[in-house]
Design a protein around this ligand. Structure first.
Ligand SMILES: [Zn+2]
Length: 398
């Protein structure tokens, strides 16, 4: 009987090994299926544009082991940056720099991501240093140049940004909005010169802006402003007409400067002719309002009313309707006047509370015009809100 028990020992040992092996196999399979689940969920979140949740899942997929390849370090760094964990992002990208056998393309790729980490961390000096080195690598030259311009833009280093664009103009040729940025950098320098009363230098910067971007409203507007201050009204008119031609949707910004090109506040036949031309190309409510005001001043209320009704047949405009009510109020008895006044004050209150400018890229709304949207940081994306008159209250900064 004891001999029989000894014979069973190898069988028991084999059974123990077999069960242990399969348990380990099951654990490994469970781990792998868990990782695949993280990957799948991460990709699903990514395609559903939920970048934060995608980053969480993909980090769980990649970061479950201690040794990472070049690609894994790169991906993990980018994912942690996406999640706002910039120190960890920098660590992963730095890990690449100490890897052996790195090709120059791989090094350039890691340096670029490191520069992005530093920009997001606000360590702009370190980012600048890396980007200047990166420009010498062919692999990432274009993206390094673009990031360097973005960095100088953020630091308000307009001359450095312009120098970078000038040095690498061939690279920027494919970038659609580089001319917009370049013109805006010239405008910033123009503003700086204008603020210390160097009008001649300022004018030169604004003209440079127009040379690189023929539709730069800000440059034309500032040229008009300087010309008006120097009593060069014909030159100012030329600049304002250029805006009407290039960007009719910004025409409401020109109404006030135009009124300063002609003597007197009541308006003149000459101003009216220009405004009628602008109205044809833009249909702008601000232009129509000024026309109605001038008509009232120089020809009388009935001509102005006739014009307003003609305009309202083609366009919906609360401001023009409000002006019409102003005219009609005068012909009513005091009781009817009081009733209508309540209605009119509601309409006017709605206008006052409406945002005057809106960013066509991100939808940011503001009472003030910003040439660079404070929300999405894109240049020249803010435009007058079509349903609000911006001609009188809020002109853009110089
Ligand atoms: Zn925006």
């Amino acid at each position: 009987m004891i001999e029989l028990l000894f014979l069973l020992l190898p069988v028991a040992a084999f059974y123990g090994w077999y069960m242990g092996y399969h348990a380990a196999l099951r654990n490994s399979e469970n781990r792998n299926s868990g990782k695949i689940r993280n990957l799948t969920r991460g990709l699903n979140f990514f395609f559903n544009h939920d970048r934060k949740k995608a980053a969480d899942e993909l980090i769980s997929f990649y970061d479950s082991q201690s040794n990472h390849s070049f690609e894994e370090n790169l991906a993990l760094g980018n994912l942690y940056r996406e999640r706002g964990e910039l120190e960890r992002a920098i660590n992963f990208h730095n890990n690449i720099m100490i890897m052996e056998g790195l090709s120059s393309d791989e090094r350039a790729c890691a340096l670029l991501e490191l520069a992005r980490d530093f920009i997001q961390s606000g360590l702009l000096d370190k980012a600048e240093e890396i980007l200047k080195e990166l420009i010498s690598y062919d692999a990432e030259k274009a993206r390094a140049c673009e990031l360097l311009v973005k960095l100088y833009d953020q630091e308000r280093e307009w001359n450095k940004a312009l120098d970078t664009i000038k040095c690498f103009r061939r690279i920027f040729r494919s970038s659609a909005n580089i001319a917009v940025k370049e013109a805006e950098f010239f405008c910033e320098l123009g503003n700086d010169a204008f603020s210390v009363k160097q009008e001649k230098e300022a004018l030169e910067y604004f003209r440079k802006a127009i040379r690189v971007n023929g539709t730069c409203v800000r440059a034309y507007l500032n040229i008009a402003k300087i010309n008006i201050e120097q009593n060069q009204f014909q030159e100012a008119l030329t600049a304002l007409n250029a805006i009407a031609e290039a960007e009719p949707r910004m025409i409401s910004l020109c109404v006030k400067p135009l009124s300063r090109c002609f003597p007197g506040d009541t308006g003149s036949q000459e101003e009216l002719l220009v405004l009628e031309k602008w109205l044809q190309c833009s249909g702008s409510e601000a232009v129509a309002l000024r026309i109605a005001t001038i008509l009232c001043n120089i020809r009388g209320v009935s001509d102005s009313e006739e014009f307003i009704i003609r305009y309202l047949k083609k366009n919906s405009s609360i401001r023009m309707f409000s002006l019409l009510m102003d005219f009609r109020l005068e012909s009513l008895d005091s009781q009817s006047q009081q009733k209508l006044q309540v209605f009119k004050s509601l309409i006017d209150a709605h206008q006052i509370n409406s945002s005057r400018f809106v960013c066509r890229h991100c939808g940011f709304k503001s009472q003030m015009l910003f040439w660079k949207c404070p929300s999405c940081h894109k240049w020249e994306t803010m435009q007058p809100n079509a349903s609000v008159d911006v001609s009188q209250e809020t002109l853009p900064p110089a």
